[in-house]
Design a binder for this molecule. Structure first.
Ligand code: PBG
Length: 306
């Protein structure tokens, strides 16, 4: 009688790759998640393919950060190098996707470049995003996850890709991305030095209709898929998006959602595997066609055994 069923192909694993690392580095606030070396990335991509998940979403942790996030557009920057490594390992077995956001690469930690007064400059950031999108497409990323939340970002990257001969690169618009405290552990994962917060360009958690409005704007600009993020605290927004969107809707179960379950389970306060599965099936029930989750491989491997 189950109305909702999840298949491993609906799961996407976010992965962090650290530049210059000799060994993978555990992330304290995300037990079980690491910053990968290029070698451990290769091994984990092979495991992901064997588990039958749909894809991986790569994030870069650069050695050097600067005001404009130069590492993001450098073909030899860690994210672009990692993309080529992952694509070579994955073949056709899974879809290699990349986070298209400057925050991992800027020394101030914002998702855009700053103006003279220290505010995020939306339109100057769009120029950086065009170049970053091209660098990622050229490295072989099949899906660009536009998570920077600059206005006009989807349209700007789409036109840059189309005029450079990348019409098939898929754009995933992080349409309804809320200014959430549940991204906390992610900041450790990418060693972000964020000064201030992102409330001027991410959505107010109090706003439901605005989530839907952002979805429709991204679709208008050419998004092939739209995202709702975080997932568990935003299932209403997800249900709205799923009902109204003409393109697929995905959800991102973020670092803080992962950390909460892991921490409670480590104390013996919650049944870990049931909590994981219940959270994932709830996100699917609300309307997500695919889910980014740090449990992607574990869940897929466990479902295959049961
Ligand atoms: C931006 C980005 C963030 C996350 C994914 N992409 C952080 C932010 O917007 O502050 C968070 C993901 C997570 O918490 O798991 N590059």
């Amino acid at each position: 009688m189950a109305e909702t069923r999840l298949h491993p192909a609906q799961l996407i694993l976010p992965m962090f790759v650290r530049e210059g690392a000799a060994e993978s580095v555990p992330i304290g606030s995300m037990p079980g998640v690491v910053q990968h070396t290029l070698d451990s990335l290769r091994a984990e991509v092979a495991r992901a393919a064997a588990a039958g998940i749909g894809g991986v979403m790569l994030f870069g942790v650069p050695e050097h950060k600067d005001a404009i996030g130069s590492g993001a557009t450098d073909p030899d920057g860690i994210l672009n190098v990692a993309t080529r490594v992952a694509v070579a390992e994955a073949g056709d077995a899974l879809v290699v996707q990349t986070d298209l956001c400057l925050d991992e690469f800027t020394d101030h930690g914002h998702c855009g470049v700053l103006d003279a007064r220290g505010r995020v400059d939306n339109d100057a950031s769009l120029a950086r995003y065009r170049d970053m999108g091209l660098a990622q497409a050229e490295a072989g990323s099949a899906v660009l996850g536009l998570s920077g939340m600059m206005d006009g970002q989807v349209g700007a990257v789409r036109s840059a890709l189309d005029s450079a001969g990348h019409p098939d690169t898929v754009l995933l618009g992080y349409a309804a991305k809320y200014a959430s405290t549940f991204y906390g552990p992610f900041r450790e994962a990418v060693q972000s030095s964020l000064q201030g917060d992102r409330r001027s360009y991410q959505l107010d958690p109090a706003n439901r209709r605005e989530g839907l409005r952002e979805v429709l704007l991204d679709v208008d600009e050419g998004a092939d898929v739209v995202m709702v993020k975080p997932a568990m605290s935003y299932l209403d927004v997800l249900a709205d998006a799923a009902a109204a969107s003409p393109v697929p809707v995905w959800a991102y179960q973020v670092s803080g959602e992962y950390a909460m379950v892991e921490a409670a389970a480590a104390h013996g306060w919650i049944e870990r595997e049931r909590a994981i599965d219940e959270s994932l099936v709830s996100i699917a029930r609300a309307g997500a066609e695919a889910i980014l989750t740090y449990w992607a491989i574990e869940a897929a491997e466990r479902w295959a055994r049961s």
